[in-house]
Design a protein around this ligand. Sequence first.
Ligand SMILES: *Cc1c(COP(=O)(O)O)cnc(C)c1O
Length: 344
Amino acid sequence: MTPEPPLRLHLDSEALVANWQRLDALSGKARAGAAVKADAYGLGARRVAKVLADAGCRDFFVAYAGEAAELDGVIDPAAIRVLHGPLSDDDTAYMKQAGLRPTINSLAQAARWLKAVGGACDLMVDTGINRLGLPMEDLGNELVGRLNVCTMMSHLASADEDSPLNAQQCARWTEARAAVQARDYSLANSAGIVLGAEYHGTLTRPGLALYGGVPRAELTGEVASVAKPAAMIMQVRDLSAGDTVGYNATFTAPRPMRVGVVALGYADGFLRCWSGKGMLRSNGCELPVLGRVSMDMTVIDLSAAPTLSEGDWVEMDYDLPQASHVSGLSQYELLTLLGRRFSR
Ligand SMILES: *Cc1c(COP(=O)(O)O)cnc(C)c1O
């Protein structure tokens, strides 16, 4: 048997369920689904979806068709919405055979879907983000009229800011609702949920906040952290005053110090922006990063926890708003970049 890697990503399923329930409640009359694209933002789509489905979540969003394979046997294919839609004829055939629900993003996709299948789909209307999505002026096209639309949705560009674009997009989406007959109407991502009832429709699509991210101040204290990454101390060393640490010797010990070499590096998503700043933790003790982060290891100061020894585990400081502030990475990046070497 392959031994367990020296990196673990613990998923706090109770916090995940509590976050979803809270976001569902904050969604008012709408129900909350779950964005589980990109392997549930790096946390493991299969187990995240299973936990959420057991808690009552009925709508799951992936980016492209192949991502649905992760959910095989866990989630009813008809509950899996493929946001990028049918990108090719192969894609279309796969979705048809698997019973997945595509999001139609353009007239070309509408034509492709109608020709091959013509069954239930979702429709993404572009109301100002100018990314994927059917332009408003195409809403009256006869191809759109022939679609069997379950959810008519749009996506906000600046929900995490107080931007006039939010109200503009909300107004265009409301206009589009009048033009498209659908079972569900959906606009809000995590941040959009707290913009007000007019953004809710009948279904919301949180991702980041489910996983403990806080994209808007209104969500502070409403969601708890879910990802708990940890790594093993592989070696403990005693430095003398004047010794340097790591590549390019960017840290010099000002005094004798006990340091730990941790099995966590930029290949694991602990990027070099953490060099010389940030910290790992053990039982609340702060263990500052010393010198450069290497590909597979990082050196930390053990002064605050002198009893730690080789084989002990230390936690990454993954309070997302705080970690984002220190590292300069977005909360989304902090989650999605956690590497494949973590046992999940
Ligand atoms: C990623 C995504 C979401 C989730 O967004 P968060 O900001 O993570 O809540 C919702 N809808 C669409 C279309 C997305 O691409």
